[in-house]
Design a protein around this ligand. Structure first.
Ligand code: NI
Length: 172
C-alpha cells in the first residue's frame, strides 16, 4: 500500500466526469487500499479517486467517530437511487480544499447503489454525516466540488486562497 498525493483545487482533473470501472481486478483492489490509507493519513472521512488523479468512479469513506471502531466503505460506480425531500445542513470540508469549511445544504438521507471491489452490486442507505459525505464524494466523480454550492464571491475567495497555497507548496 502507498500514500498517494492529493490534488489541490483548482486542478482540471477535479472538474472532469470520471469513467465507470469495468475491470474488477487486483489493480482496483490496490487503488482502493491506497485510497483508504491516503484518506486515514490525511486525515479525512472521504476520498474520491479523481482527488489522487485517477479518473474512475471510485470513492472511499469512513465516518466512524474516534472512539468507534473503524468503518471503511469502498463504493465503486455509485449512483443515488433515491434522496429524501428533507434536507440537512452540515459544515463541509474537502481534502482538495484544505482548511476551508462551509455549510452546505443537501438531502438528509440517500439510497445509493454501488459495486464492491469484486463487482458485486448492492444498495446502501445513508443518513446524517454519511449521507452528506457520500453525496460530497459522488459529486467529486462528476467533477463537482462543495464550493460550487456557495455564492460566487465565497467560491472565488476560497479558490484564490487555494491558488496561493499551491504557489507556496510549489516553492517548497
Ligand atoms: Ni472532497
Amino acid at each position: 500500500m502507498s500514500i498517494r498525493t492529493i490534488l489541490i483545487h483548482p486542478d482540471a482533473r477535479l472538474r472532469k466526469k470520471c469513467e465507470l470501472v469495468k475491470n474488477f481486478d487486483s489493480k482496483l483492489d490496490n487503488l482502493t487500499q491506497d485510497m483508504l490509507e491516503t484518506m486515514y493519513e490525511a486525515p479525512g472521512i472521504g476520498l474520491a479517486a479523481p482527488q489522487i488523479g485517477v479518473m474512475l468512479q471510485v470513492f472511499v469513506m469512513d465516518c466512524a467517530l474516534k472512539d468507534e471502531k473503524p468503518n471503511p466503505l469502498i463504493l465503486i460506480n455509485p449512483s443515488i437511487l433515491w434522496h429524501s425531500e428533507e434536507t440537512s445542513v452540515h459544515s463541509e470540508g474537502c481534502l482538495s480544499i484544505p482548511e476551508q469549511y462551509e455549510e452546505v445544504t443537501r438531502p438528509k438521507s440517500v439510497k445509493v447503489s454501488f459495486q464492491n471491489v469484486k463487482g458485486m452490486v448492492s444498495e446502501i442507505s445513508f443518513e446524517g454525516i454519511e449521507a452528506t459525505c457520500s453525496q460530497h464524494e459522488i459529486d467529486h466523480l462528476n467533477g463537482k466540488l462543495f464550493i460550487d454550492y456557495l455564492s460566487n464571491l465565497k467560491k472565488k475567495m476560497i479558490t484564490d486562497k487555494m491558488k496561493k497555497l499551491k504557489r507556496e507548496l510549489a516553492r517548497k
